[in-house]
Design a protein around this ligand. Structure first.
Ligand code: ARG
Ligand code: ASP
Length: 729
């Protein structure tokens, strides 16, 4: 620890922004700079704390109760004994992994009634931020203007690694330098990661995902999207791999929970780990996103989801197996739709063009600026145009090709094939065959050939249409004659039929071996050369690796560099604007207030929903809107305990906190820094905010903490968990 602090004076902030005021509620602010840039504004809007109460390295602060959950979500500590609150959808795959059809926790929920029943989750982590520093000058010290992008990258990488090493030497912490403002600034993050994170409780799907995909990305919302976990540590309160001897972790800080009435206009803040935003893109990039990239992803996912849904509806085991996967594909499918609509609605491209016009005038008005920036926008435009086909190739490859299970399967044979091509000793080969056999067994346990084939039917077509050269002349003829039939033949080759067992695998190798010298086996065409699936997959992979990916990377690097310069130029141009860096999965604080919105003529949304709305949406014949009997019973008896407000239970609320994917599970706090809800989504009209924020439309959606407490206590009967918490009445 001492080491960490001793380095601090080295890295004092080097870039002091000229700033005047903060605009609306846009912004994902860097905790380190709250005192400098945001404190006054936040306090004027109602915050009762100081920046130091929120983020401090000298004493415990709110940040010590915030975690990054499982890498991609946020979460918060809500008891002195390591109890962690996050979203249901952030823990759903864990709930699924503990479920069987007989003990279906997705259907029925899971509630541990004592610590012994808390379920371990291999691989699940919870990460705390110990501290962060601005290390820009240190990282860039060997970077000079004449460097190529690659040289620049290597210099930055080298400097970053050195700082990272120095900062955590002799501690159990981890360090990571991350780039901000597209690479104009660099900050280091020192973190502590816990690896024994157990499932404590989750509501049934019909609460945790109530309204499911119909309501997803929508307001009004009635979802109890929360789940409880507990962090365990070794006996010294330090991170440790799972062990039955581990004990509940004692966090430096846990949030107090406020039961006080929440009102429209109340100050709120969200403290979490937003993943990715792209607020400083040019019109060329936004146009590409709206016109090409989003529609392409939408069309591929649409068909894939239809296939999955049919199979899930027909078989409960398939439904259980695919629950998480389906939800995550559908989640962004819908997001891309909302984003495209939203960006068109706010005239994003046109607004960017107007900004670029003003920018150009500003550049042309000054000789020095002209030297630096005169060609920047034309270069960006040209490069985005060149980038488009390769970007399409990458999107197709990722969305339509690698998502097919048989592609994953066939790819797993690559190593074996390469060994055979080179020639390999029998012993080495047997070990590899053993490994492969293990994989084969696990693969076929869950493989659903009919889903895969149905998806392949349209996905492979998209691939072949884009890169027809992956088929030979003869294959192309066959494909043209009957493409469905051709695609189904891909599934009936050796790899998928005769190689499901080790015996078959060995037999095939024996066959090759006979043609070779006894102790070395070599097969010129590698493995499975006569297999259509192997041939096809290899051919697509090679085409991708040779013709698409290298060009994609080359242009992507160029775009990174141009965008870095553009971001810096914008900051010089818009001196009256307080810039925040795009989200990059590091800890950020957003603030705003409880606030409704009016998306269309005569349509006005108020910011609160209640359990009455849950019941009003109930539809026992629609799997997305089933209300569990127990919840209805509580509703009918008005058995709300102390969680009621004005005779009902608050369920969700919206506020104007700038958020994005990764903010899910994040604590939503009031002016005193007490927990009032858990962030889980955004509204339909606000989904475009990742690219262009519109203060009139962008709202974050949270589960009201009182709904969470009500479900834990009254629905699940897990009062012992409430007793651990610090509740402020
Ligand atoms: N849209 C929210 C987010 O991006 C919630 C997703 C969970 N719900 C769902 N139906 N998939 O993660
Ligand atoms: N639901 C998102 C998440 O999982 C949050 C959002 O995109 O608003 O992080």
């Amino acid at each position: 620890m001492a080491k960490i602090f001793s380095l601090r004076p080295l890295f004092l902030c080097v870039l002091c922004l000229k700033l005047t005021f903060a605009v609306a509620d846009e912004g994902m602010w860097v905790p380190l700079f709250l005192a400098k840039y945001n404190e006054t504004d936040m306090q004027s809007k109602g915050l009762k704390l100081s920046a130091e109460d929120i983020y401090s390295v000298n004493h415990t602060s709110l940040k010590d109760a915030v975690v990054q959950f499982g890498g991609g979500c946020s979460g918060e500590m809500i008891s002195a004994e390591g109890l962690l609150l996050t979203n249901y959808h952030c823990g759903r795959s864990r709930v699924q992994s503990h479920s069987t059809l007989e003990n279906n926790f997705i259907e029925n929920g899971y509630w541990s009634m004592n610590r012994g029943e808390e379920l371990s989750n291999p691989g699940l982590t919870a990460t705390f931020l110990v501290l962060m520093e601005d290390v820009t000058s240190e990282v860039l010290k060997n970077v000079s203007s004449g460097m190529t992008e690659v040289e620049r990258f290597l210099a930055i990488e080298k400097a970053s690694k050195a700082i990272e090493r120095k900062m955590v030497e002799g501690t159990h912490y981890e360090a990571k330098v991350k780039e901000f403002f597209g690479g104009n600034e660099y900050y280091i993050f020192i973190t502590e990661t816990f690896k024994d994170v157990r499932l404590v409780g989750a509501p049934p799907y019909s609460i945790g995902n109530f309204g499911a995909d119909t309501d997803n990305w929508m307001w009004p919302r009635h979802t109890g999207d929360f789940a409880l976990f507990r962090i365990y540590s070794d006996s010294l309160n330090k991170p440790a791999e799972y062990s039955p001897d581990n004990v509940p972790y004692k966090p430096k800080k846990h949030f107090e929970i406020s039961m006080k009435e929440l009102k429209e206009g109340d100050f709120t803040m969200v403290f979490g780990f937003p993943g990715r935003t792209q607020e400083y893109l040019t019109s060329f990039a936004v146009k590409q996103l709206v016109e090409d990239e989003d529609p392409l992803k939408i069309s591929i996912r649409e068909k894939r989801l239809a296939v999955m849904e049919k199979a899930m509806d027909a078989d409960p085991q398939v439904k259980l197996n695919l629950t998480s996967k389906y939800a995550s594909i559908k989640n962004y499918y819908k997001k891309f739709i909302g984003e495209s609509i939203g960006l068109k609605k706010v005239d994003a491209v046109q607004r960017k063009q107007e900004l670029e016009k003003r920018f150009t005038e500003w550049v042309n008005a000054d000789a020095n600026r002209k030297v630096k920036y005169v060609n920047l926008l034309t270069e960006l435009e040209k490069t985005y145009a060149e980038f488009a086909p390769y970007n399409k190739g990458v999107v197709l490859y990722n969305e339509a090709f690698t998502t097919l299970d048989f592609v994953t399967y066939v790819n797993s044979f690559t190593k074996l094939s390469d060994l055979l091509k080179k020639g390999v000793k029998r012993e080495v080969l047997s070990a590899e065959v053993e490994r492969q056999a293990k994989y084969i067994r696990s693969f076929f346990k869950n493989y659903n050939r009919s889903i895969d084939l149905d998806c392949a039917n349209h996905q492979i077509k998209a691939i072949i249409d884009f890169m027809p050269e992956v088929l030979t002349e003869k294959q192309r003829k066959k494909y043209k004659k009957n493409n469905d039939e051709y695609i189904s033949t891909l599934f009936s080759g050796d790899l998928l039929d005769s190689l499901k067992s080790v015996a078959n695998l060995n037999a095939l190798i024996e066959r090759e071996g006979k043609k070779n010298i006894p102790d070395t086996i070599k097969s010129e065409n590698g493995f499975g050369a006569n297999d259509l699936a192997f041939q096809f997959v290899t051919s697509v992979n090679e085409n991708f690796k040779e013709n698409i990916y290298p060009n994609y990377v080359k242009l992507d690097i160029k775009l990174d560099s141009l965008n870095r310069i553009y971001t810096q130029a914008l900051r010089e141009f818009q001196t009256d604007k307080l810039f925040y860096p795009d989200a990059n999965s590091t800890m950020r604080l957003s603030y705003g207030k409880v606030e409704g919105y009016a998306p269309n003529d005569s349509v006005v949304y108020t910011p609160f929903t209640t359990i009455d709305g849950v019941i009003a949406k109930e539809n026992p014949n629609d799997k997305e809107f089933v209300v569990p009997a127990k919840l209805k019973e509580l509703y009918e008896k008005k058995d709300y305990g102390e969680y009621a407000v004005n005779g009902t239970i608050p369920v969700c609320f919206i506020a104007s906190n700038h958020s994005t994917g990764g903010n899910s599970g994040a604590p939503v706090l009031n002016a005193q820094g007490q927990l009032i809800g858990t962030n889980f989504d955004r509204n339909w009209e606000g989904t475009a905010a990742d690219v262009m924020y519109d203060p009139a439309m962008a709202r974050n959606i949270s589960v009201d903490i009182r709904y969470t407490l009500f479900i834990i206590d009254k629905f699940a009967g897990a009062k012992h968990l409430i007793d651990e918490m610090t509740i402020i009445k």
